[in-house]
Design a protein around this ligand. Structure first.
Ligand SMILES: CC(=O)SCCNC(=O)CCNC(=O)[C@H](O)C(C)(C)COP(=O)(O)OP(=O)(O)OC[C@H]1O[C@@H](n2cnc3c(N)ncnc32)[C@H](O)[C@@H]1OP(=O)(O)O
Ligand SMILES: O=C([O-])CC(=O)C(=O)O
Length: 451
């Protein structure tokens, strides 16, 4: 049998019939993508963790408003303003807030930061066997494998009591940075033929400092770089129960699976280019625009190219302007607003071509709604999401592209763990939505009579 021919022939069987006509979905009122007719999400749960607000419903019409994000009821802007003005790192405080539902006192913060720092090490053999011996060209893929591999190093992997899952959560949150950083180093060694650099972790460093230390060949970083990465970690940590990866955690947790299986599933979801993977696609897309648009500040030229992207005639053919649009936010994503401020001031400091590139980002932001209106005849209010400026900021910190989405995971694991604990503590039912079969019955044909 010719395997390539087999795949060609059989892929056609799946692709071409298109038996389910679009009208069938309407007929049965199917909530495709778990969406209501107006595009809002179907309400499937209640949570006390993240609160994402992006529009107001007025007589069933979506009225765009500036976006707002709260962690455990507290506006992220207030969280950020406070730790930045007091000159401390914010990520560990946010992990505590997300997991336990309250802000830590000074002593609780110190104790928790020490706990995270102390839990970074793994039992003997883990780094060598799970990370270094089986590198992957994709760090998210490797992170999923490494998460599942952690199961074998846990003496009590299956117990789903809150206390045990909390222990597993704290350990995973503490270890994700090294799982990502060492996977990246292994990838550089085995796929890029560069020297293997494994810096020892420092239990006294913040998550941001420890991560920069592990990925830099010299192990060094500036206070400003650590502060910016810490901010990015804070901003990516949580986004309600309905985002694709947190919802994945709810779904698989409701089947009562183990922590490592639930978190690995979430990693797989986040990797997707419509979710956390978009940060990489934004960089690729902007590079593609830079290569194809002669004058980055020419509005007509940039608009023309964005329209081509939307028509699927440029960039990757997907028809998507990556980093733009959101399922909930309309006028703005508050995280993108904060990241944009940082991108702007960093670019201004560097000047030259980088500042011009920042100008191009701003132009894409400004012209995308116009391109949408002209190509899709859709006047929907869209704005940049968190993935739009994050990669540009990371690039200015010298962070390589293959780490953009993994850094998202290093942060979002805090939210995932909080959602897993919430799902377990609320003891909800197994998620089991319905799929209507529209094919009906068919007669069985004996093998000798088949074509
Ligand atoms: C961390 C995060 O996950 S943030 C999101 C990161 N993802 C991206 O940046 C990828 C680009 N953006 C998108 O694909 C979408 O905006 C999503 C996936 C984020 C949200 O999707 P939805 O909730 O379906 O968006 P919404 O209901 O507002 O819009 C639906 C329509 O607009 C289109 N659309 C929305 N955003 C975009 C975009 N950036 N480029 C092209 N088309 C888009 C959708 O494809 C869909 O078109 P259709 O009606 O012809 O099928
Ligand atoms: O909420 C969403 O759908 C996606 C998102 O922005 C996130 O998970 O951060």
């Amino acid at each position: 049998m010719n395997e390539a021919q087999f795949l060609d022939d059989h892929a056609v069987l799946i692709e071409t019939p298109q038996v389910i006509d679009a009208s069938e979905y309407q007929k049965y009122s199917v909530k495709r993508g778990l969406r209501n007719e107006d595009g809002t999400g179907v309400l499937v749960g209640l949570t006390e963790i993240g609160d994402v607000h992006g529009y107001i419903l007025d007589e069933n019409e979506k009225i765009p408003v500036e976006g707002r994000l709260r962690y455990r009821g507290i506006n992220i802007k207030d969280i950020v303003d406070n730790f930045q003005s007091e000159g401390r790192f914010g990520f560990e405080e946010v992990i505590y807030l997300l997991l336990f539902g309250r802000l830590p006192s000074r002593t609780q913060h110190e104790d928790f930061t020490k706990l995270i720092g102390g839990r970074r090490t793994m039992p003997p053999g883990y780094w060598e066997d799970i990370i270094l011996r089986s590198p992957s060209p994709d760090i998210m893929n490797k992170l999923g494998m490494a998460t599942l591999g952690t199961y074998s190093y846990d003496d009590n992997p299956e117990e789903n009591s809150i206390r045990n899952v909390l222990r597993q959560s704290i350990e995973l949150i503490a270890r994700f940075p090294a799982m990502v950083a060492y996977s990246y180093q292994a990838k550089r060694r085995f796929y890029n033929n560069e020297s293997l650099i494994i810096h020892a972790q420092n239990p006294g460093f913040s998550t941001a400092e420890n991560f920069l230390h592990m990925i830099r060949p010299t192990g060094e970083y500036t206070p400003l770089e650590a502060e910016l990465l810490d901010l990015a970690l804070v901003l990516h940590a949580e986004h309600g129960g309905g985002n694709n990866s947190a919802f994945t955690v709810h779904v698989v947790t409701s089947a009562y699976t183990d922590t490592y299986s639930a978190i690995a599933a979430a990693v797989g979801s986040l990797k997707g280019s419509r979710h956390g993977g978009a940060s990489n696609r934004v960089r690729e897309m902007v590079n593609n625009i830079k290569d194809n648009v002669q004058d980055w500040s020419n509005r007509k030229e940039v608009l023309g190219y964005l329209k081509k992207i939307l028509q699927g005639k440029a960039h990757d053919g997907s028809g998507l302007i990556y980093g733009m649009g959101h399922a909930i936010y309309t006028a703005s994503d508050p995280r993108a607003v904060l990241l944009k401020e940082k991108a702007k001031s960093l670019a201004e400091n560097v000047g030259g071509r980088i500042q011009e590139e920042y100008g191009l980002y701003e132009l894409i932001q400004e012209l995308s709604p116009k391109a949408f209106a002209e190509v899709k005849h859709n006047e929907k209010v869209i704005s940049p999401n968190v993935d739009f400026y994050s990669g540009f900021v990371y690039s200015m910190l010298g962070i390589p592209e293959e780490l953009f989405t993994p850094i998202f995971a290093v942060s979002r694991i805090a939210g995932w763990c909080a959602h897993r604990l919430e799902e377990l503590s609320l003891g909800s039912r197994i998620y089991r939505p319905a799929y209507k079969n529209v094919l009906g019955a068919r007669p069985f044909i004996p093998m000798g009579e088949r074509e």
